[in-house]
Structures are given as C-alpha cells and as structure tokens.
Design a protein around this ligand. Structure first.
Ligand SMILES: Cc1cc2nc3c(=O)[nH]c(=O)nc-3n(C[C@H](O)[C@H](O)[C@H](O)COP(=O)(O)OP(=O)(O)OC[C@H]3O[C@@H](n4cnc5c(N)ncnc54)[C@H](O)[C@@H]3O)c2cc1C
Length: 299
C-alpha cells in the first residue's frame, strides 16, 4: 500500500510526508508525522477515515495543536489536521453554526458582532472549535460544553453523524466525543445580549490572560487543577517555579505552564513534567494528572 499514490490523488491538498509537527503545535516541539493530511471537506475526511481503517493505519486528529505534546519521534500513520477549510460561522437566530477548524477567539468575536452573548470566555483560548469540544475548554467560569447543542462528526467507521445535546456529555476538560471520530461542525446556543457588554467582557478577559500567562510557546495549563486548589499553586509551593531542563522551563509567571525557551525538545518537557510531579508528590502526596495530551513516539 502506498499512501501518497493511493490516497494523495483523492485529496485536494495531497499528502505530505514526514511533516514536522513542531510546525503544528503551540509548544513548537515534536517529531514528524509519517503522513500529514489537511482535508478540505467532509467527503475527504470520510475517504481518509475509510482508508486508515482498510489499511489498519493509525489516525491522529489535530486542531490547532495547542493542547498537544508530540514526542520527538513523531507520529506513525496518518495525522489529519482540521484547519482553515473548516473555518466558517453562520448565525441562525440565537444559534451559531460553526466549522470545527474555527478559532475560539473568532467565534467569541463574531458572536459579539451579532449581539449574541455567552461565549465571551472563549476569547484568547488558542484552540479550534473541534479541539475545544474534545477538551471541553473553558475559562473564567464558562466552558464550551454548556453551549454546544449538536455536533456533526465523521465516525471512525467513516459515517457522517449528527449528535444532539442528549447524546453529548461534558465534564472538567473531558467530553464523551474523545475517540469517537472527527468533529466537523457544531451548533452553539447563545442568548441575545448587548454587543458593547460582550466586547467589554472580552477586553477584560484578554487583559487578565496577558497579566497571568507567559508569552513564550506553551500548551496552556500542563496539569489538571484539583477541585479544591489550582495545580499551579501546588507546583509553586513545591519549589518548582522557574526550574529548567534543557530548553523547557516551569514558567516564572504561571507555575502550571511549561514554556519553550527556544530550543526545547518534547523530551525536555516530559522530563520537566516528571520532575514537577515528583516534587508535588513528595511535598503533598498528590499525583498531578496531565491536562495536555501526550502523543507520538520517543526517538
Ligand atoms: C497560551 C494558552 C492558553 C490556553 N488557555 C486555555 C484556557 O483558558 N482554557 C482551556 O480549556 N484551554 C486552554 N488552553 C489549551 C488549549 O488551547 C485548549 O485545550 C484547546 O481547546 C485545544 O484546541 P486545539 O484545536 O488546539 O486542539 P489540539 O491541541 O489540536 O487537540 C486536542 C485534542 O482534541 C482532539 N481534536 C482536535 N480537533 C479535533 C476534531 N476536529 N475532531 C476530533 N478531535 C479533535 C485531538 O485529537 C486532541 O485529542 C490554552 C493553551 C495555550 C497555548
């Protein structure tokens, strides 16, 4: 089986071989994808999913790569990026119909333009809608799961499906869609509001983000918060803030962020994550759980 010759001609953007995934993740680390595909419509996604099934090739979906740590050896099989071709938004009354590749910030801004309120918290989250639904992304007390009223996806069997609200469940940084297929679109239920108020809220949220978050490449919060306290506080109190391994550093601004100081590898980040976990375990007897998704192989 030859992926480039057999699958390539069926896809507008073709197949890229050995594509460096550091180019597609916000941490800017990670080895190559054997085959990297950017489908431009649902039919192409169905084609890819069926091909991967037929030839027993692993399939990794990525959105904006802002919650992913790809190991330095990269990813075997097919990596499917849901990107620009799925960036669209349509307003139907109080409902937004949004493509899975649409940036969260764009959704928040367009909703405000339409005087729809309830998704201001999305501004500044650097993910796509598809990744945000999988992660049930949220901030400032809001989360995407409570706004989603239906999801269109291509199942791992290669069938296009629509799931409605009753079939979806969400919890802290979790949704029951993980591992179910490729999200292509979702509808988001909002309420009538005032444009100026939404814009003001978003400016406040963005200012808070600038104040709290480091600007170097990262994947946001590395570990899940505990119900009773933020992981960042435990990490800071355990003495790990500012600690470095290779090019990776526990941010001096926010201890639950690990930043890439320019030349970090995925293995630097993983080693630093292990060190931080051991320090917190030692001090508090608490096992921190990663929020970021670690994928791919070691070199
Ligand atoms: C500076 C910074 C700040 C952040 N702040 C926040 C925050 O405030 N709140 C928060 O919740 N997160 C935050 N994050 C983390 C991240 O932005 C979110 O988790 C985001 O929702 C991930 O979306 P993505 O498109 O980048 O997904 P990716 O990282 O590409 O993928 C995440 C997961 O979703 C899956 N996936 C992606 N797209 C699809 C699709 N179309 N269909 C099926 N599966 C898919 C992937 O396989 C993977 O399992 C932050 C990250 C950074 C770098």
């Amino acid at each position: 089986m030859n992926v480039v010759l057999e699958l390539g001609p069926k896809l507008k953007e073709g197949v890229k071989v050995n594509e460096p995934l550091a180019l597609h993740t916000s941490w800017e680390v990670g080895g190559p994808a054997d085959y990297f595909l950017c489908p431009v419509n649902v039919d192409e996604i169905i084609e890819i999913v069926r091909f991967s099934r037929k030839h027993n090739l692993p399939l990794q979906i990525i959105g904006n790569g802002s919650n992913l740590l790809v190991r330095d050896g990269g990813i075997r099989g097919l990596v499917v990026k849901i990107g620009d071709a799925f960036c669209y938004l349509q307003c139907k009354g109080d409902l937004l119909i949004v493509g899975a590749g649409t940036p969260m910030t764009y959704v928040a801004r367009m909703a405000a333009e339409e005087a729809l309120c309830g998704c201001e918290f999305m501004v500044g989250i650097p993910g796509s809608l598809g990744g945000a639904i999988i992660m049930n992304a949220g901030s400032f007390g809001g989360y995407i799961g409570e706004k989603v009223s239906s999801v269109k996806l291509v199942s791992l069997e290669g069938e296009a499906l629509v799931l409605d609200k009753e079939q979806l469940s969400f919890a802290y940084r979790w949704s029951n869609l993980l591992g179910r297929g490729v999200i292509v679109e979702a509808s988001i239920q909002l309420e009538r509001g005032k444009k100026e108020e939404s814009l003001e809220k978003m400016e406040y949220f963005l200012a808070e983000r600038r104040r709290r978050h480091p600007s170097l490449p990262s994947a946001g919060s590395v570990f899940r918060n505990l119900p009773e306290q933020p992981a960042g506080r435990l990490i800071e109190n355990a003495g790990a803030k500012g600690m470095r391994i290779g090019g990776a550093e526990v941010s001096t601004k926010h201890a639950n962020f690990i930043v890439n100081r320019g030349d970090a590898t995925a293995s630097d980040i993983l080693n630093l994550m292990d060190t931080v976990r051991s320090m917190v375990k030692e001090k508090y007897d608490i096992e921190l759980q990663p929020e970021v998704k670690v994928v791919g192989e070691e070199i």
